[in-house]
Design a protein around this ligand. Structure first.
Ligand SMILES: N[C@@H](CCC(=O)N[C@@H](CSO)C(=O)NCC(=O)O)C(=O)O
Length: 219
């Protein structure tokens, strides 16, 4: 039943969005347990992810799975159809390579854009676009990172890309001007129900990031 699957969530987190997209792709019903990271983490979060105390955590029959990319991988193995990853080990290793790249490079560079002060913005933008071009190279002429079908790397990437309109506002650039194929891929993914129905609305995300900037003392 749906109570066998619980997601410890934070509405604006791209990492939690990944898990919601994977569960939606699989048609798995779950209980969404919203955490309030500012007012205080729940006991179940602290108990189920004692090492990082971060969301998302997936509780499957009470067993905690932590780290978003790891959770998506687990979901794909536990509910195999439709597959998010290919069966060939080499293709799977390439998918994990790009998921890692996105977490290490894309997410970090994109955070710099809205966390940077005015004078640092141009450097942050340039660095971000360069990294996006590498990702666009991996996409090539394919519709999705996995080829013809939406899959694992697409989920990992689109969860961050859904914030790009906010980064464009802060950064003063348009992704489509620098990476047209990547921009077309974003639009393609946003048309999928499993993506569009779990994304928070851009305006709410924008408000939230403005509030975060103020909390970090960035004017
Ligand atoms: N590598 C992890 C990152 C999760 C994360 O940063 N979660 C944040 C909310 S989203 O920004 C979080 O739980 N922060 C609470 C804290 O840092 O105390 C993953 O992929 O799941």
């Amino acid at each position: 039943s749906k109570h066998d699957v619980v997601l410890l969530d934070f509405w604006v987190s791209p990492f939690c969005i990944r898990v919601k997209m994977a569960l939606a792709e699989k048609g798995v019903a779950y209980v969404n347990q919203e955490e309030d990271l500012h007012l205080g983490k729940s006991r179940s979060l602290i108990r189920s992810n004692p090492v990082y105390q971060k969301v998302p955590v997936l509780l499957h029959n009470g067993k905690p799975i932590c780290e978003s990319t790891n959770i998506v991988y687990y979901i794909d193995e536990t509910w195999p159809s439709p597959p998010l990853l290919p069966s060939c080990p080499y293709a799977r290793s390439r998918a994990r390579f790009w998921a890692n790249f996105i977490d290490k490079k894309v997410f970090e560079a994109s955070s710099k854009i809205w966390m940077s002060k005015k004078e640092e913005k141009d450097v942050a933008n340039k660095e971000f676009i360069e990294i996006l071009k590498v990702l666009e190279g991996a996409l090539g002429e394919k519709d999705y990172f996995g080829g013809d079908n939406f899959g694992f790397v697409d989920i990992i990437a689109i969860s961050v890309a859904s914030r790009f309109c906010t980064y464009e506002k802060f950064g003063g650039f348009k992704v489509e001007d620098h990476c047209p194929k990547f921009a077309a891929w974003m639009k393609r993914c946003m048309e999928r129900e499993s993506v569009s129905k779990v994304l928070p609305c851009p305006e709410d995300v924008h408000e939230f990031l403005i509030m975060l900037r103020m909390m970090h003392g960035i004017e």
